[in-house]
Write a protein that binds this ligand. Sequence first.
Ligand SMILES: *Cc1c(COP(=O)(O)O)cnc(C)c1O
Length: 431
Amino acid sequence: MTFKRDKGILCVENINFLKIAKIFGTPCYVYSKKKLIKYFNYYKSQLSLINHPNLICYALKANSNIAIINILSKIGSGFDIVSIGELEKVLTAGGDPKKIVYSGVAKKKQEIKRALKVGIKCFNVESFQEMDRLNLIAIKLKNKANISIRINPNVDAKTHPYISTGLKTNKFGIAIDKAEEAYIYAKSLKNIKILGIDFHIGSQILKINPFLEALDNIILLIKKLYKKKIKLNILDLGGGLGINYKKIKLYKYLIKKYFSTICEIIFANIHNIEIILEPGRSILANTGVLLTKIEIIKKINFKNFAIVDAGMNDFIRPAFYNAWHNIKVVDLNKVKYYKNLFYDIVGPICESSDFLGKKRYLNKLSQKDLLVIHSVGAYGFVMCSNYNTRKRPSEIIVDKNKIFLIREFDCLKSLWKQEYINRYVKNVNLF
Ligand SMILES: *Cc1c(COP(=O)(O)O)cnc(C)c1O
């Protein structure tokens, strides 16, 4: 995300980050409504080129704040969910249940029941066992469960191993060589209705080839199934398109390339099918930043540490995936000496993996300076924890010259509200 400076101070829409920090404190997640709408609409415009009915089911796990859900649902987004918590959040935020697809390898009975009751669009089923479970619950509820089968196409997404999901060694989906069998089995189950096919091969994928390889395999499969009189209405291409954390400009380039290639293949091969996409990161990542204040500047053995008030509990991507995020000084007027130094930007947590950026060449920093960590709109706040008994930060969204608080800082006492010093549980037979 690129933010403009106004008189040397970084701004989001018409409001500068110094003001935001003063009102809401730090650390604080800051989103731009304008950018959120812009990125979603850009995606939608590209998807519309496909010339098939289509639906974007934004992958909620990237950022599930109810204000974000609300904005997206108002501009036509559907949602890809992975838990009952996400389902309830979408409903609370005014999302349309008929635009929900439900992914996940281990949906619990209660979760399935609730999703069936509210009438979601479809379950993306990931195993034979799940089909059985769904069928039984649907029979009990005198209902039918719409499904797409998530196929594991066995392709290497060439991304970080923790976010690669389309290899046959991963736990996700049904192996492509078992796919026919899976559809035939699904057809035999009375309360299951086959709607479509789905794949999702990983996240932060920056090459188009893995998507194409997967799509080719899936199209062959669709044709095979068609011959066996199994006709599909939905082709769900999953999410996973990456963003370039270093060069924002590549964003449009990658999306354009992705869509033009995909469109061509789909256009040439299949007709009368609804295309669903489940993007998360590629819509949300560049809509938000994390604002953090420097607490301590520490120099050891030729190394400079800027210790900030946001730790790995507030933003875990660097510690978890060794992710690189751009870091900038908010107020250049404060820079007294126009001299750059290398800094490790680290948090206050008792772990050496608690860093936000290493070896960053920045203007000489001082205590109390404000920094912004860029591109944290996806997999940012949602991965926060209370580790070190720390409050999770606040989230705000800026709409032109208005600021909306969309999540308060945790309240300190709430951190141990569910703990007991001495609560004896009667009638538990341990032996
Ligand atoms: C995580 C996930 C997505 C979104 O992935 P992004 O990389 O954020 O686009 C989509 N579909 C499924 C099934 C997922 O698990």
